[in-house]
Structures are given as C-alpha cells and as structure tokens.
Design a protein around this ligand. Structure first.
Ligand SMILES: Nc1ncnc2c1ncn2[C@@H]1O[C@H](COP(=O)(O)OP(=O)(O)OP(=O)(O)O)[C@@H](O)[C@H]1O
Ligand SMILES: [Mg+2]
Length: 536
C-alpha cells in the first residue's frame, strides 16, 4: 500500500519549482544524455526517462546494463560554478533522470555531513515524486524507487566511504573540491562494470584536485569522455532576474578581494588569497625550450657533468612526490617531477630513478624530511643516501621565497605539476573552531607534495642566493644571453673591477666611521657586555 511507505524527509518538495533556462545547465543535460550505439556506430540521445533506442538501427539499449551496448559519449562531468550558480540543482536533476533507468544504482556524495544534509540530500530528494518511493532506509541513508533504482547518500569525511559494490551506474560528488581526491579514485572503479558516469559539482578552491583530474582532461587535453562547463553565479536565471539577489552579489564584490570574488562567484581558479608563493611561481616559469636553454644550453639533454638535487616527499597517506632540480651557474632549475599514489618506498625509489634517468649524473643529492626514517632506511638499503632536511615549514618556505624573489629558482615547463602545486600552495584557514586565530599559520595540507619536495631539496643545498644581486629585467636578460661565453666572462670581470673600485675595495682609515674597531672605545664598555659585566 502506497500510504504505508515511509518517505525520506522533503520528498517531492521541489517538484513544482521550474528549471529556468541556463545555457550551461542545459548543455550539461544534453551532453549527459548522449549515447553511442555500438551496433550501428551512431550517436544519439536518450530520453528524459533514461531510455535509448537508436534512431538509425532501432536497437534498444535500456536498463542497468544498457551502457555496455550503447556507452555514454561522456562519462566524467565537471560542473564548475560560482556560489549559488545552480550546480547542486542541475546535478540533482541529472541523478533524478538517471534513476528512471530500472535497477540503476547511484551514489550521491557530499564533502561533509552538513553539506550533504543541508543541500545535496534535500535537493535530490525534493525532485523525487513520493509515489516513486519504494523504500527509504534512514539507517543506511538509501532510497529505493519503484523501478528498483537505488540511490545511496554518503558524506566523505572518510574517503573510503566512496567505496561500494561494482556495477554502480553513477556517482555524484557535490562540492567536489572539498572532498578528498582519494574518494574520486576509490569511487570511479565501481563504475567500470556498468559503464557508469561520474559527476563532480563544485566551486573551485584554487587549483584543487578537480582541476587535474577532470577540468584539465576535459578542457585542456580534450580527453575523450570528459566534459566540463564553467559558469558564473550571475548566470543563474534567479540572480539574473531578481535585483535583490543581484544586489547581494554586488555587495560581496565590494567586500571581497577581487581574486576571492572571482573564485567564489565566477568559479575562477586563480585565487591569490592566502597563497604562499603567489605570483612568484609564474614569474619564474621557463615557458618553452628557448627559455630553458638560457639556463641549460644543452637542453633537453642535460649534461652529465651537472649537479642535480632530488627533493622527496614520501607519502603513505598521500601521494609520493619528488622533484629533479639541476644546478646551473645562474640558479636552480626544476626540470621534472614525480607524483604517484600509494607507492611503497622501495617501488617509488626505482620509479624515480627511471623517470628522472638518475644514472646519468655522478653528482646528486637526495633530500627528504628529516623525520622520514623509513624512507632513509629503505632507500639506504638500495644504495641511495638521503640527506635529512630541516622540516619546519616557516624556515623552508622562507628559503624557497628568497630563491624565488632573487629569480634563482626556475621551473621548466616540463615540471608542470610542480608549477601548479607551488602556485596554489596556500595557508590553511588559521581560525580555530572557537573563532580565535591560531598562533602559528599552518599550510593547507592538500596537494602539497611537490612544494614540500622542493623545500627539502633547497634546505639540503648549502648555498643561498645572493640577496644583494639585483635580478636582471627580461630585456636585460635577453641582451645578456645574446653575448657569447667569452664576452660574458669579460663583462663579469669588468663589473667585479668596477665594484671593487667603487665600494668595499677602498681601505677605511681607523678614525673613519665604520672602521672595524672604530667606535668601540668611544662607548662605555658596559654597553657592550650589558648586565653580564657582573660576572667578570
Ligand atoms: N535553472 C534554474 N532555475 C531555477 N532556479 C534555479 C536554477 N538554477 C539554480 N536555481 C536555484 O538557485 C539556488 C541555488 O542553486 P544551487 O543550490 O543548485 O546552487 P549551487 O551552485 O549548488 O550553490 P552552492 O554554491 O551554495 O552549493 C537554488 O535555490 C536553486 O533552486
Ligand atoms: Mg551546491
């Protein structure tokens, strides 16, 4: 009896709400419906009820396993929009439509419990008609529909909650940027068996994991199967038409820094708020081969006579990161990086040797966190000694910054993941739950493997950049590079001679200010020794 069925809270509440036209939401809906009939190799679109009959050969590809004979044109979706842009709503519409497929199994996941209950769950459940509900299981937070389609809700404080049975037809990660990346890797294998799809909806958090895993694949690499759209809060038709709502956004535009506003309302990833290295990374990127050759003329075959540094950030609960840095007479150049998930220390060792081609160089220094005892032990057994690097964030970050400010730490375009991670390396929110500020700034511990690897390498490198040396401007640098080696050496000698004449090279007289012992005897001796005089 229908009336005896317990309903999930808020069931059907949004059924009367119209979905107004938003170009991006509509494009998503169309892209998601696209299927490819393997029988006659023709692209088509499924119906609102998730049914797909090929328009050309008339073959039907319905039910839970329909994707196996007519796969989806796209199976990884990214909805990137500003706050209140309508991501959750359109994703919920998509899942609701998917649940019309008999027997479909879906997982709807939110970054945390609060988000799941305040937004993800009520939006999707609000779109489910009460008459469709067959079973509501509040204990497991699962809803079964009359057609035996089922949706399970999970919050992802523990990323392993994304693990489920194989044959799942789809998973949705709401506020994906705040979900652990691991959830994506744990969850996606469940989709293989039924040719399922994954939807990530989010406001970005700088270059969070969704960039590399989905957006870049869809928009930069144009990887088949990936689809992404980015839209602004103002593209939400409610905001477009309602002056009161628009007014709120305008108020925030004035209140927030331009970069933060762009992230929150325009879904821009480049948000300088709290960035540790900020623009310093971009300024030090060597964008093409020609730029790298100014530092390494022999590029791309780096000379075996050069010294190299390998910074390592071992990972057991996060990916294993390493960077390869080449020492040149004009500074340090990061040329390659390594980032692998869940690698045992000894496996990572061999991988890194192969990836970086380390046998080529005789002089190499490996550096890692001084607390990484196991790494040192295991790599030691393989004949690779690892320097114990100072691991304090403040100290290491300062060291990195001084190399960057003096433009002596460069990133070849080939180390793209290091560029990305260092560019988005940020301070954690340093507000305690009580609202008080924490005494020490922490860093945001997500995707920080490569910045950490760089930091360790620099801490183990005994030289410091010369802070007095004025870095050359771009045009000066170009002119300098255009000289041949001999002219450059002669110019260097001339510059040294001029410096010696003009400055410190001229002897001071004992009575002059600044003479090494000059003023000592004009002071009361106790000034020099302070209160410790008593002990003499
Ligand atoms: N196309 C649309 N037609 C009508 N209302 C819409 C449309 N898109 C979004 N809305 C409404 O706008 C509001 C915000 O939408 P939604 O919660 O989906 O946005 P969001 O991007 O997930 O926001 P948040 O960043 O807060 O998670 C909701 O009330 C939703 O119903
Ligand atoms: Mg939302």
């Amino acid at each position: 009896m229908a009336s005896a069925v317990r309903l999930p809270p808020g069931c059907g509440k949004l059924l009367e709400e119209p979905l107004l036209y938003n170009e991006y939401q509509q494009r998503f809906i169309r892209a998601r419906r696209q299927r490819f009939c393997l029988n006659c190799r023709t692209l088509g679109s499924m119906s609102e009820m998730g049914q797909f009959t090929c328009a050309k050969c008339k073959k039907e590809h319905n039910g839970r396993w329909g994707n196996l004979t007519a796969p989806r044109a796209f199976n990884r979706f990214m909805l990137l929009a500003g706050r209140g842009g309508g991501k959750t709503l359109v994703a919920a519409h998509a899942v609701r439509e998917e649940l019309m497929i008999p027997g479909a199994q879906w997982w709807a996941m939110g970054a945390d419990y609060k988000l799941l209950w305040d937004s993800t769950f009520p939006t999707l459940v609000g779109l489910l008609h009460p008459q469709w509900i067959k079973r509501w299981d509040p204990e497991h937070v699962e809803i079964t529909l009359q057609n035996d389609a089922k949706v399970a809700f999970r919050s992802l404080e523990d990323p392993d909650r994304a693990r489920g049975p194989h044959g799942v037809g789809g998973m949705w990660l709401d506020e994906a940027a705040k979900c652990p990346e691991r959830a994506w890797h744990v969850g996606t294998p469940m989709l293989i068996k039924a040719g399922g799809i994954a939807i990530a909806s989010t406001t970005p958090l700088g270059y969070d994991w969704t960039y590399e895993q989905i957006e870049e694949q869809a928009l930069v690499r144009r990887e088949p199967g990936y689809w992404a759209a980015r839209w602004k809060t103002l593209d939400n038709p409610l905001f477009r038409t309602n002056p009161v709502m628009r007014e709120q956004i305008e108020r925030d535009r004035k209140r927030m820094t331009a970069a933060f506003f762009a992230q929150e309302y325009e879904a821009e990833r480049k948000n300088a708020e709290g960035l540790i290295y900020g623009d310093l990374i971009d300024q030090n990127v060597l964008k093409d081969d020609e730029a790298v050759r100014r530092y390494l003329p022999e590029w791309p075959n780096i000379s075996p006579n050069r010294k190299v540094l390998i910074g390592v950030d071992e990972g057991s609960d996060h990916p294993f990161g390493a960077v390869l840095i080449v020492v040149t007479d004009r500074g340090l150049v990061v040329v390659s990086d390594y980032l692998e998930r869940m690698k045992a220390h000894s496996l990572a060792h061999d991988d890194i040797w192969t990836r970086f081609g380390l046998h080529r160089w005789a002089e190499k220094v490996f550096a890692a966190n001084k607390n990484a005892l196991n790494l040192r032990l295991e790599w030691g057994l393989k004949g690779t000694g690892v320097v114990q690097a100072e691991n304090k964030h403040e100290v290491g970050i300062q060291r990195m910054q001084s190399w960057l400010v003096t433009k002596k730490l460069k990133f070849a375009y080939t180390a793209s993941r290091t560029i990305q991670q260092c560019g988005s390396y940020r301070n954690a929110d340093n507000t305690k739950k009580s609202g008080e500020k924490k005494e020490r700034e922490g860093v945001f511990k997500l995707r920080d493997e490569l910045p950490d690897a760089c930091r360790y390498a620099l801490m183990a490198w005994p030289e410091l950049p010369d802070p007095d040396e004025v870095p050359m401007s771009e045009s000066e640098q170009k002119r300098w590079d255009a000289f041949d080696e001999r002219t450059r050496n002669e110019l260097k000698i001339l510059a040294e001679m001029r410096k010696a004449k003009a400055g410190t090279g001229v002897d001071l007289k004992p009575e002059e200010d600044g003479y090494p012992t000059g003023n000592i005897f004009q002071h009361d001796v106790s000034d020099l020794f302070g209160n410790d005089m008593d002990s003499f």
